[in-house]
Ligand binder design. Structure first.
Ligand code: GLU
Length: 425
């Protein structure tokens, strides 16, 4: 089946195409394991809806720019499409499709009643003023308006977007509806119906998954974190709070190392004040590449796709990798890591805390009710820990890696939903 075969022409392999190839490879392996027929495999390999839009944006100096925007709904068999919105200059339709597919398996694995979606706008948010960013957001939303809604497709923050972006989306949608519709997005500010615990949910999930995978006391466990942004910085904080020793972190500005353990909250303050970790005085500088090769117990890639490839995988010494990012490890790297005995807690499990609390936020919105942070946190713990133990048991029973087992469960649930619903007409 040609759709399952990764493209081979190097000149055409963009990072987005690489991500989609990885996602299709993982789907292919799970489909093989589940014995799915060709028709169903093609269904699952193909997004239900993909929309590309041109977003005109008026710059402060009066110029008109046009940027590309995307929204892909990969699957809606188990419920409304769900997934983040990414603002990044190199996002493209391939990348957004891969990310939407991973959302489908992630929601199915977590047992929450959603399909998978993702959105992207090819802009660098750091290069826009707040007003320009608001105009891009509102215009993009107006272009994809027919696709989204609390029962149809619910965006959330991802790389380059935040609760302010969600507030603008909620407002744009609500103005068009004629009344407030908080359930159209998650990851909103609390004052607009956001959930307690959503801001740190992905990082909390990474912490829970890491501690479950360690299976021993976190005291003194050494950790390196690639990406000190929304997910990585708080994951580092939560792991440090649990007793781990976070020895290295990196972001776009640089990487820092301290053998005795970084003071993560001090480093977060430094990064917030100066725009990044570079120049932090209580640690040594490190190269981006060296961070991956540190002799640590746990490595957390928490930035973009394709961070761990066949080029650096052979030199990784961490015993455990917990994927805070989506798609950070290529299939070639996966094989090398498995052969070296490195355990990888895959993205669709390790970073599911974000969409789990998004689901809890949406349920609260639909009921016009709100839960305490303790209730939210307890539900998050239950859902991640259940998913983790299901993945671990299946991996042990069938001799699979955790990623393979996670995909077998996620893909299997979606396939079953397809089969039970049947095909219309
Ligand atoms: N962008 C996050 C993810 O990749 C969260 C998605 C959501 O909450 O809908 O999982």
């Amino acid at each position: 089946m040609s759709i399952m075969v990764p493209s081979k022409t190097p000149a055409l392999i963009t990072p987005g195409r690489q991500a989609l190839d990885s996602a299709l490879h993982q789907l292919g392996q799970a489909a093989e394991h589940l014995g799915l027929d060709d028709g169903l495999r093609t269904m699952l390999a193909t997004p239900r809806r993909s929309l590309t839009v041109s977003v005109p944006v008026r710059r402060e100096d009066g110029r008109l720019d046009v940027v590309q925007g995307f929204r892909v709904q990969h699957n809606v068999s188990r419920g409304p499409a769900k997934g983040g919105l990414r603002f990044h200059p190199s996002t493209d339709l391939h990348e957004v499709t891969a990310l939407a597919m991973w959302m489908t398996w992630k929601c199915a694995l977590a047992g929450i009643p959603y399909g998978g979606a993702k959105g992207g706008v090819a802009v660098d948010p750091a290069g826009l003023t707040t007003r320009e960013l608001e105009r891009v957001t509102r215009r993009y939303v107006s272009e994809i308006l027919p696709l989204i809604g609390p029962e149809k497709d619910i965006p959330a923050p991802d790389v380059g977007t935040d609760e302010q972006t969600m507030a603008w989306i909620m407002d744009t949608y609500s103005v068009s509806a004629g009344y407030s519709v908080p359930g159209v997005v998650t990851g909103k500010p609390i004052t607009l119906g956001g959930s307690l615990g959503r801001a740190g949910a992905t990082s909390r999930g990474v912490q829970i998954a890491a501690l479950s995978a360690l299976g021993r006391s976190p005291e003194g466990v050494t950790v390196a974190v690639q990406g000190f942004g929304k997910v990585g910085a708080l994951a580092a904080q939560y792991l440090a709070d649990a007793g781990c020793k976070v020895v290295a972190v990196s972001d776009l500005t640089g990487a820092v190392y301290c053998a005795g353990g970084l003071d993560v909250s001090r480093l977060r303050t430094w990064a917030a004040e100066t725009g990044g970790v570079r120049g932090y005085r209580h640690a040594d500088a490190l190269s981006h590449g060296d961070l991956f090769e540190l002799d640590v117990d746990v490595l957390i890639p928490a930035a973009l796709e394709g961070a761990i490839t066949e080029a650096n995988a052979p030199r990784i010494r961490a015993r455990l990798i917990v994927e805070g990012a989506n798609g950070p490890t290529t299939p070639e790297a996966d094989e090398i890591l498995a052969a070296n005995g490195t355990v990888v807690v895959p993205d669709i499990l390790a970073n599911a805390g974000g969409v789990i609390v998004s689901y809890l936020e949406w349920v609260q919105n639909m009921q016009a009710y709100s839960w305490s942070s303790g209730e939210v946190e307890a539900k998050l713990h239950d859902l991640i820990e259940n998913a983790f133990s299901e993945v671990k048991s299946l991996a042990a029973a069938r001799g699979l890696t955790l990623r393979q087992a996670a995909h077998v469960i996620g893909v299997g649930r979606v396939a079953e939903a397809h089969q039970m619903r049947g095909l219309y007409p």
